[in-house]
Design a protein. Structure first.
Length: 464
């Protein structure tokens, strides 16, 4: 018997720089050695298009399919990751039959899963986290990876990201006032005159519509005369606010955003800011106290609060009109001033309470109007309530009316009405637009009313 022995039989073809081993379709190449090295240092080892690998296992990752899936139903394949675009509607993903080590990943392509969910459906009796039930993916920017472990737990989510990391287009950059932040918003607060300077505007037009609050100075409280007389409370400065949809905070009931003339769209320019002073409580009892002065931002003007009437108040009643109206003085009958003058929509303020009554047996004056309520009348008449907004990051009431005789100032900085002779300490709070409290005199000299509080301007916008 003859025997031929060789060390190896090689079948290979060469074409240019390509060497092919294996002899083509139907052939199997077996490499049997302790160490097998494929490729050289710095080279690339790749599977041919359409080929698949077995025996190497996976390392807990998937091969991402970069063609996004859109609305409808599709069947996921083990070893693949899928970008799911639900911007046009919901998506249902059917999982493959579970075998130990199978792996599937899903990622929110457009950041819309919170609006249109993804339903993940197990195959047959397979389980997702120990239950043979569907899973719902509903978090914006979420990405998940499921690995099939066994028949008890089925598919288990091994990686879950709920961060929504996306590029942000350029936003507003501005200077001016006292600058603070709240979440993704910057807040510029002006308690005195200044300039809001926009260095650069946002690329998205919606982000250039800023939120603002503009409050004018409050009216002074009316003075009181020699005996059993009282002055009316000062009206609050006009209150105007717009909350842009891009700045998440709780606005007051007077949010004027729905009316487009109230909106301010900024550009890269300077916007002068004026802050209204409060009206001075007069030392005379014979006339109305001075009104507050306006505050402005861009095209937005808030009117000063109406002054409170003196006890005899010979001036025309119209002098008590303003953002909110001043209260009427005591002794001769005097109506309260009209609020929302000049008119805005929503209203920037409310009327003051009526005053009147005889010198004997007593006094009868009206309180100043506030941003959200009319001033009261008579002894104990309270100033009209102001409005509460969180534009500065904290719920704060402003633009309260000044109180009448023994009456509290309106919530939001209104001065308290005097309760005893020679007690003029009833000023409106600074930078709230609160009206000054009315004075009272039971006997003796003239008593001045309280000064109105100065105004304020706050501007808020998205910066990141």
């Amino acid at each position: 018997m003859s025997k031929i022995q060789v060390d190896a039989i090689e079948q290979q073809t060469a074409c240019g720089t390509t060497l092919t081993a294996g002899g083509g379709a139907g052939k199997t190449v077996v490499v049997d050695a302790t160490t097998v090295t494929l490729g050289r240092c710095g080279g690339t080892v790749a599977l041919a298009s359409g080929a698949s690998q077995t025996g190497f296992g996976r390392t807990g990752t998937v091969d991402w399919n970069t063609t996004p899936k859109t609305t409808g139903t599709f069947s996921a394949v083990s070893g693949d990751g899928f970008f799911l675009n639900t911007s046009g509607g919901v998506i249902t993903a059917n999982l493959p039959a579970g075998t130990a080590g199978a792996i599937v990943s899903f990622a929110d392509y457009a950041g819309t899963w919170q609006t249109n969910n993804v339903t993940v459906v197990p195959n047959g009796t397979d389980k997702i986290g120990s239950l043979n039930e569907n899973a719902i993916l509903k978090i914006e920017g979420q990405s998940v990876t499921f690995v099939f472990v066994d028949s008890t737990q089925g598919w288990i989510n091994t990686m879950d990201s709920t961060s929504n990391v996306r590029g942000v287009p350029p936003l507003i950059v501005a200077t001016g006032g006292t600058i603070t932040t709240s979440g993704d918003d910057k807040i510029h607060t002006f308690t005195g005159p200044g300039t809001f300077t926009v260095c650069s505007a946002a690329t998205c037009a919606a982000n250039n519509v800023v939120s603002y609050m503009v409050i004018a100075g409050g009216g002074g409280g009316g003075g009181a005369g020699p005996s059993n007389t009282a002055g009316g409370g000062g009206g609050a400065g006009g209150f105007r606010e717009v909350k842009s949809p891009t700045t998440p905070y709780t606005a007051s009931p007077l949010d004027g955003y729905p009316s487009s003339p109230n909106r301010v769209t900024v550009t890269a320019t300077s916007f002068p800011i004026t802050i209204g002073a409060g009206g001075t409580g007069p030392s005379s009892y014979a006339g109305n106290a001075p009104t507050g002065t306006p505050s402005t931002f861009s095209s937005i003007i808030s009117a000063g609060g109406g002054g409170g009437g003196g006890y005899c108040s010979p001036e025309p009643n119209a002098l008590r009109n303003g953002g909110s109206g001043g209260g009427g003085g005591g002794f001769n009958p005097h109506p309260g001033g009209t609020g929302n003058t000049p008119p805005t929509s929503p209203s920037q303020g409310n009327p003051g309470g009526a005053g009147g009554g005889s010198q004997n047996p007593g006094v009868f004056s009206g309180a100043g109007g506030g941003a959200t309520a009319t001033g009261g009348s008579g002894s104990g008449g309270a100033g009209g309530a102001g409005a509460t907004t969180s534009i500065n990051g904290t719920p704060t009431a402003r633009a309260g009316g000044g109180g009448a005789l023994n009456g509290a100032g309106g919530a939001g900085g209104g001065g308290t009405g005097s309760g005893t002779s020679f007690n003029p300490n009833s000023t409106g709070t600074v930078n709230t637009g609160g009206g000054g409290g009315g004075a009272v005199s039971y006997s003796g000299p003239t008593v001045p009313g309280g000064n109105g509080g100065s105004g304020i301007v706050i501007i808020r916008y998205k910066f990141q």
